[in-house]
Design a protein around this ligand. Structure first.
Ligand code: HEC
Ligand code: HEC
Ligand code: HEC
Length: 118
């Protein structure tokens, strides 16, 4: 009886190890970088707080409908004419920030220099 319990515990331990380690590695990889520098043309680049937005915006696709979850995907989509210049800026970033501000809620920047800081 005791021996059987040990065997079960041992199997559970192995299974837990197999289950949790790849999952946590995967989570780190797919969440992407904490902060991302985005190309902003003559106005200067934008330091975008990515993880902050992941905690505010429930659905990743709110932004990633327009471009893949890959480094450089936004600029690539603009170069391929899938997205226009400033399209994401106006229709995703500013649209949300303005709507929240109007509703009197906590929001993000709406003026050029607050985003284009670099
Ligand atoms: C408010 C907009 C926004 C939201 C919400 C968002 N992302 Fe992103 N994400 C971006 C931008 C902008 C980039 C940069 C793309 C580029 O480099 O061209 C990016 C890049 C990425 C990348 C690739 C670059 C890197 O850092 O490795 C991954 C992976 C990623 N996002 C995953 C996610 C996941 C998972 C979620 C949801 C939990 C999410 N994102 C939510 C805007 C967002
Ligand atoms: C909420 C943040 C934010 C604000 C506020 C903002 N921008 Fe942007 N801007 C971005 C992002 C993100 C990009 C890159 C994605 C895109 O092109 O849609 C960008 C891109 C640009 C580009 C480069 C387009 C290209 O591909 O050459 C210019 C120029 C620009 N913005 C000018 C402005 C001006 C002028 C203002 C003020 C009227 C402004 N931005 C306000 C976030 C912002
Ligand atoms: C669906 C809503 C939503 C979208 C889409 C969104 N934001 Fe925001 N953003 C917010 C909110 C809410 C805050 C305020 C967070 C806080 O202060 O806790 C914020 C804050 C910010 C800040 C200031 C962070 C700080 O530390 O003060 C920047 C910069 C910013 N957003 C840039 C962007 C850019 C660039 C995009 C587009 C790629 C974007 N946001 C898309 C809701 C959004």
């Amino acid at each position: 009886m005791i021996k059987k319990n040990w065997t079960i515990s041992f199997i559970c331990l192995i299974l837990a190890g197999l289950f949790f380690s790849p999952v946590s590695i995967l989570a780190d990889q797919t969440q992407g970088k904490k902060e991302i520098s985005l190309y902003g043309g003559k106005s200067g680049n934008i330091l975008f707080p990515h993880h902050l937005h992941q905690s505010i915006v429930e659905d990743c696709q709110t932004c990633h409908d327009d471009f893949a979850q890959e480094e450089g995907a936004l600029e690539a989509a603009k170069k391929a004419d899938v997205l226009k210049k400033k399209q994401v800026m106006n229709e995703t970033c500013l649209k949300c920030h303005r709507a929240l501000k109007k509703a009197g809620e906590k929001s993000g920047p709406t003026s050029c220099k607050e985003c284009h800081t670099k």
